[in-house]
Design a protein around this ligand. Structure first.
Ligand SMILES: [Cu+2]
Length: 147
């Protein structure tokens, strides 16, 4: 019986559950801020490339995929259609680079909270991740070990 149950569980799993989300986190927001930024590392364990094509969250009206570009010495943000995740590789969203942009957030992101996000991949489909809210400035929560 147990073996059959295990087989059924495997059959129920998505056919392309090949994407893993590592260290998802978002920056805490200043009072009155309407946008927030989220970061993570996306690992693609599949033998074919994938693409993050969209994201959504109950915490924001919409979630956009942004990059930072250097335009004549000025860093600007720009929306892009998505991020390519190489086969068997990873893609990192980090401060100063690619990031998820939470638009029209419903309330401020407070340090220590979790923000649920649904990521949509071209091949892997929908993947849910809880983004841990870190500090207003500085790096990822795990990078803070000041005593
Ligand atoms: Cu942005």
């Amino acid at each position: 019986m147990r073996a059959i149950a295990a087989l059924l569980l495997m059959a129920a799993a998505p056919a392309f559950a090949q994407v893993a989300i590592d260290k998802p986190w978002a920056r805490a927001t200043a009072p009155g801020a309407k946008v927030a930024a989220g970061y993570m590392v996306v690992h693609n364990r599949a033998a074919v490339p994938d693409k993050l094509v969209g994201a959504s969250s109950p915490a924001a009206a919409r979630v956009e995929t942004h990059v930072h570009i250097n335009e004549g010495g000025v860093m600007k943000m720009r929306e892009v259609p998505g991020y390519d995740i190489p086969a068997g590789g990873s893609f990192e969203l980090k401060p100063g680079g690619a990031h998820l942009m939470f638009m029209d957030i419903r309330r401020p992101f407070k340090e220590g909270e979790k923000v649920p996000v649904r990521l949509k991949f071209e091949k892997a489909g929908e993947v849910d991740a809880d983004f841990h809210v870190g500090r207003l400035s500085g790096g990822a929560p795990a990078a803070h070990h000041k005593h």
